[in-house]
Design a protein. Sequence first.
Lengths: 119, 136
Amino acid sequence: MKRSNAPIFWSLFGAGGMLAALTGPFLVFVTGIAVPLGWLLPHDLLSYAHMLAFAQHWLGKAFIFAVVSLFLWHGAHRIFHTLHDLGIRTGAGARLICYGVPLLVTIVSGYALLTLGFK
Amino acid sequence: MSGQASKRRPYIRPMQGWWRRNPFFMRYMAREVTAIIVVIYALLLGWGVVRLAQGEAAYEAWRATLGMPLMLLFHAVALAVFLYHTWSWFAIMPKTMPMIFIGGKKLAASTIAGLGLATAVAATVALFLVVEWIRP
C-alpha cells in the first residue's frame, strides 16, 4: 500500500497553527502597528542594522524561518481544505498553488536567510 | 463505467451557503478564513526577509511600505484575526488532540483550552520581555 503523505502536511499545518496562536498577535502588533507608528516601541527596533544582527544570530534566523515558512504551510493547507468545503472541486492546479507557494517561499526565504551569514 | 460516457448530467450536490445555516458552521468558517490573513502576513514577512538580504536600501523601502495607511489598516485587521485564531485554536484543541486521562478521569475540555490560552498569554509576555531586552 502506498503511504499517505497527509501526516506530513498535517504536521506542518499543526505546527504553523500552534506557532501562529502563540506568536501571531505579538508579531502583527510589533511589526505592523507599534514599530511603524513608533508607538510604545522605538522605530529603530526593526532598523536594518538591528534586524540584520537578529537574522545573523542562529536563534533569530531560526525564528524568522519558522514563522515565515510554517505560517504559510498552515494557512495554505487550511485554504486548500476550505475550497473543498465550499464545493470547489480542487485538482492538481489548486494543489500545486496551495503547496507550491509555501514550498517556494520556504526555499527562497531560507536561501535569503543563509546569505546573511552567521555571527 | 463501461467506457461509454453518460449523456446525463451528473448530479452535483449544491454547496452554496451551507455554512450560513448554523452558528456552529459559521464559527467553523470564521476559523478557516483566518488562514487568508495568516498567508498574507507570512508573505509580507517573507518579502521583508528577501529585501533584508538585498541590502539596506531595499530593506528600508520595505519598511516604508509597512508605514502606509493601507498597510496599517491591514495590520489592525490582522491583529484582530490573529487574536481570533489564537482563541479558536485553543478552543478546538480538546477535539484535535488525543484525550488525556489524569487519575482515571478525562481532562476537561475547558481545562485544555484554558491551559492553551494561558500558554499563549505567557508566550506573548515572554516575547515582549525579549524585545525589552534586545531593543536598541
